[in-house]
Ligand binder design. Structure first.
Ligand code: ZN
Length: 335
């Protein structure tokens, strides 16, 4: 089914175009209107196409600001290729400062490949999957810890389904060069329903990021995002003259998945005793949960089930049974 989302941008036209992905939405006060998802297209000489997105979750800010800064710089940069930028992809969620859309509850990074006849969030996913992915040679979707998580600054990717895909994704992670690069199959997260997983399923090299914690803008995370984007645009020949910091080294890790994660066994107040970047051993204390209603009760002790490096911890203190409190990474197995 063809996307119902439309735009005035002609992706084949050279120069700079700014419009919206116009998402049809019929409300009490606007029967035939559309929701504006800001979209920019920069097209220069012949070359590859980069699709750059942020605001897939509305409460994650480093990528949203990095893409706006990059867009202003690209206005005066010679390009060999095309850069398509959507800095507020789930615009209703961005406007609300929330992870998910207030209009339909949709989590845009759990709805790929989307549907043309769904709610606005599913329609955005479907537009990206059917109209933008076919144009793209590489995809970067910028995320952060957001309201509920505190993350090691990293770029993530699925490992690739073939040797050539493995090589392509390794090249993209190495060029972006976040402090950590994490390979994952998506278990415990969005599995195949995320934007970058859907891009991988089309054979497009795709990475995502996790930068910072809480629903705020972390300066260091912003510069990691900006530096990574600039290195990729230079290294892939899109913007050969763009100003770039010296290449950073990235430490490659493997995400350990749900079996190594710690989930809240009960409701209460979460007191973490480990932080992202810590190296922990099996049996090492991870944190405590203080029961809400029994002030004299002994707190519940949480311990790591395996050794590893803390990739994330829960940022919010108030905790319910089932909340993800810690996730671990480890050195990749030797090839
Ligand atoms: Zn996110």
């Amino acid at each position: 089914m063809k996307s119902r989302v439309w735009t005035t941008i002609d992706f084949e036209t050279a120069g700079i175009q700014s419009d919206f992905a116009r998402v049809p939405y019929s409300s009490d006060t606007s029967a035939y209107g559309w929701l504006p998802v800001p979209m920019l297209c920069f097209k220069g000489e012949a070359g590859p196409t980069a699709l750059l997105t942020a605001g897939t979750h509305g409460d994650e800010y480093e990528g949203q600001v990095a893409l706006r800064r990059l867009a202003r710089d690209l206005s005066t940069t010679k390009l060999n290729g095309r850069v398509i930028i959507l800095p507020a992809l789930n615009h209703p969620a961005v406007r609300a400062g929330r992870r998910n859309s207030p209009l339909d509850g949709g989590n845009l990074n759990r709805l790929f490949p989307g549907t043309s006849e769904g709610g606005p969030t599913a329609m955005i996913a479907h537009f990206v999957a059917t109209e933008l992915f076919p144009l793209a040679d590489l995809v970067i979707d910028l995320h952060s810890g957001g309201s509920s998580l505190d993350y090691l600054p990293l770029a993530l990717a699925h490992p690739g389904r073939s040797e050539s895909e493995k090589h392509a994704v390794h090249r993209l992670l190495t060029s972006f060069a976040a402090p950590y690069s994490l390979l994952t199959d998506g278990a415990g997260g969005g599995a195949g329903t995320t934007l970058y997983a859907a891009a991988e399923q089309r054979g497009i090299p795709a990475i995502t990021t996790e930068l910072g914690r809480g629903a705020t803008l972390w300066e260091a995370g912003l510069s990691i995002a900006e530096g990574g984007l600039r290195r990729v645009l230079r290294d892939y020949g899109l913007a050969p003259d763009i100003a770039v910091d010296e290449p950073a080294q990235s430490r490659f890790l493997q995400y350990q998945g749900p079996s190594a994660s710690i989930y809240a066994p009960c409701d209460g107040l979460f007191e973490p005793l480990a932080k992202p970047g810590d190296c922990v051993e099996e049996g090492h204390i991870a944190g405590l949960i203080h029961p809400l209603d029994h002030a004299l009760a002994t707190p519940v002790e949480l311990r790591f089930a395996t050794r590893g490096i803390v990739a994330f911890r829960r940022f919010l203190t108030l905790t319910s049974t089932g909340d993800a409190l810690f996730g671990l990474a480890a050195e990749p197995a030797k090839q």
